[in-house]
Design a protein around this ligand. Sequence first.
Ligand code: SAM
Length: 171
Amino acid sequence: MKVVILRLGHRYARDKRLSSHVALTARAFGASEIVFDAVDSGVKQSVERLNELWGNGFRVSFTDSWRKFVEGFEGDVVHLTMYGLPLSKVVGKIGKSRRDKLVIVGSQKVPSEVYHLADFNVSVGCQPHSEVAALAVFLDRLFDGKELLKNFKGRKVIVPQAVGKKVVDIN
Ligand code: SAM
C-alpha cells in the first residue's frame, strides 16, 4: 500500500517552513510522496537534500489541478479535517483495504468540494490544530507504529543513545 500526501493551499512566503515540515513528517511517518498544488522549488530542494543524506527516495511533486489529481487517483482518498469522523472509528476500515491512499491536508480553508471528493473525511480530535500533527497521528495509526522502525538506507544512520549523539556514515 502506497501513501501519497496532497498538500492543498500552499502559500509561498507564509507556508514555506510549515509545508517543509508537512513533507518531512510524511516522509518520516511512512508516506512515499507529497504533491503540492503550487510549485515551490525551495521546498522540493530542501526535502531532496535531506533524502540524499538520510535516505528513502521520498518524492516531492506538483500539480496544476488538484481536482484532476484527486479524481485520477487510483485508491482511497482520505481528507484530514476536524469536521470528519473520528480517527479511531474509521482507521480500521481505511487500513483494511490494501489499496493505495491519498491523504489530503489543508493549510488555509479547504474548498468544500474536497469533502465530497473524499472517500473518508477523518478528524484527529474535534479541535483545530495543525496539518503536521494531524498527518503524524493519522499515519502512525494507519501503519500501527511500524513505520517508525523502517530502515531508510541513507548515507548516515543514527544509533540511538540514552545520552548524546551517535551517527554512523555508511559507505
Ligand atoms: N480553518 C481551516 C479549515 O476550516 O479547514 C483549518 C485549517 S488547519 C490550520 C490546516 C489543516 O490541518 C486542515 O486543513 C486539516 O487538514 C488539518 N487539521 C487541523 N486540525 C485537524 C483535526 N482536528 N483533525 C484533522 N485534521 C486537522
